[in-house]
Design a protein around this ligand. Structure first.
Ligand SMILES: NC(=O)c1ccc[n+]([C@@H]2O[C@H](COP(=O)([O-])OP(=O)(O)OC[C@H]3O[C@@H](n4cnc5c(N)ncnc54)[C@H](O)[C@@H]3O)[C@@H](O)[C@H]2O)c1
Length: 289
């Protein structure tokens, strides 16, 4: 028995990266998956793969900035599969200019471009999931993809970081307000091992690789954690989407049934534990002697 046998999951931003991988993995473990994305073709490819492999999936274009499209996607999930157990509010996009526009020069349109997705889009996904889930005796489960940027600043990513911090706030508020309906809400904050597509033009096919894996593939180099990983934890392989998907899957599964209102840094390699005081990356106790 898979962990998602009999469950119905809707994923936003399911056509690439983390959302795509979770769609494939959860379907392989028994979920009926509604794969949605701004780019319809991406969602179609993922759903087709699931159906070809004997799973159950439906694909839809759903732009998380448009409330009516999210409402329609939830309605389509219920019409096709009868219920909604898991909403994975995962869609996200980078700040316009990918960190090249000074925060003080960001226009209202540029602010809205990213925040309508990473902040307001999470509200729409949660809102319409709740409206369905509160009618279900078993309640439901909402998982939100936040980001390291929701806890710490990335240079040039002010509007994104603010929106992601807002998404973390929504996780707590939704968990508090909807717990009485048996709806739990948690988030994960990916740090490393995330989708290289995020930094590439939307017409790029979904590559299914992390930045670190893509860099190795391009350079042909082998993985050297000591020089290539900017966190304290040194592992003998690069961080990957699988590392982040494992945390999303834990939150989406019954293994975390009694958790709510929590945002977990995923795949952080100890980065959040490290002080910013400059200490040589490869310091050792022996060198101190
Ligand atoms: N890749 C990173 O650097 C990184 C790091 C930390 C957190 N995150 C977050 O992880 C989540 C998943 O991103 P990913 O890394 O898999 O990137 P990705 O670019 O591979 O996938 C994101 C998907 O979201 C879709 N999308 C964008 N705008 C949308 C909208 N308005 N409505 C619906 N779908 C939309 C895109 O078309 C894309 O298919 C996002 O919330 C992102 O902010 C990404």
């Amino acid at each position: 028995m898979g962990r998602f046998e009999g469950k119905v999951a809707l994923i936003t931003g399911g056509g690439s990266g983390l959302g795509r991988l979770c769609a494939l993995q959860w379907a392989a473990e028994g979920a009926s998956v509604v794969v949605t994305d701004l780019i319809e073709q991406r969602a179609n490819v993922v759903a087709a793969q699931i159906n070809d492999e004997g799973g159950k999936a439906l694909s839809l274009k759903a732009d998380v900035t448009r409330e009516a499209e999210i409402e329609a996607a939830v309605a389509a999930a219920v019409a096709k599969y009868g219920r909604l157990d898991i909403m994975f509010a995962n869609a996200g996009k980078a700040v316009p200019g990918f960190g090249t526009i000074a925060l003080e020069d960001i226009s209202e349109a540029e602010w809205d471009d990213v925040n309508d997705v990473v902040y307001k889009g999470v509200f729409y996904a949660g809102k319409h999931a709740c409206r369905q889930m509160k009618t279900q005796a078993e309640g439901g489960n909402i998982v939100v993809t936040v980001s390291a940027g929701g806890h710490n600043a990335y240079p040039g990513f002010g509007p994104y970081c603010a929106g992601k911090a807002g998404a973390a706030g929504l996780v707590r508020s939704m968990a508090y307000d909807w717990g009485r309906y048996g709806i739990r809400v948690n988030g994960l904050s990916p740090v490393h091992g995330m989708s290289v597509n995020f930094a590439l033009p939307p017409e790029t096919p979904a590559l299914g690789m992390s930045y670190e894996e893509a860099q190795l593939a391009e350079s042909g180099a082998g993985w050297d954690a000591a020089t290539m990983f900017p966190g304290p934890l040194k592992v003998k392989r690069p961080p990957s989407l699988e590392d982040n998907a494992a945390v999303a899957t834990f939150l989406a599964s019954d293994a975390s049934t009694y958790m709510s209102g929590v945002v977990i840094p995923s795949c952080d390699g100890g980065s959040f534990a490290r002080t910013s005081i400059p200490i040589p990356e490869n310091w050792s106790l022996e060198d101190q002697a």
